[in-house]
Design a protein. Structure first.
Length: 135
């Protein structure tokens, strides 16, 4: 899936998206995706540049049943970035650029990309497996 928007993007239903390519929210705001299959971020996912505000210009990726793989770039333009895998892991060698990061997973966190730029980690929780975040 690829695209762009001038306002908030909300995919709140039981989506089954295997790969997320380039997607940008311009001046309008944030991006929310709840997914029910392993999701691989392969492109650049970017929300609008903005001041920090946890309710605006945020970026949320939640995988309900599989893994959340970050192989591309996740860039939040000032809001909170939430990465979650309810029954799998959050992993990848792509880059995470976030002022505020909340990450949780059931079976491990391994965000060891060398181009990560994370200012503050507010949640870092896993039930088992590795717990690695290269800020």
């Amino acid at each position: 899936m690829e695209g762009s928007s001038h306002s908030n993007v909300l995919f709140n239903g039981p989506n089954k998206i295997a790969a997320l390519g380039d997607f940008t929210t311009n001046s309008g705001g944030g991006f929310v995706l709840y997914d029910w299959t392993t999701l691989d971020v392969t492109g650049t996912l970017r929300t609008a540049n903005a001041y920090y505000d946890s309710t605006h210009h945020s970026l949320t990726l939640v995988d309900e049943t599989g893994d959340l793989d970050i192989d591309g770039e996740v860039f939040s333009g000032g809001g909170k970035t939430t990465l979650e895998s309810v029954h799998g892991q959050v992993a990848g060698t792509g880059s995470v650029d976030a002022q505020v990061l909340a990450v949780s997973a059931d079976t491990g966190i391994d965000l060891d990309g060398t181009n990560n730029d994370i200012l503050d980690i507010v949640t870092d929780t896993t039930n088992s497996g590795p717990n690695i975040i290269n800020p």
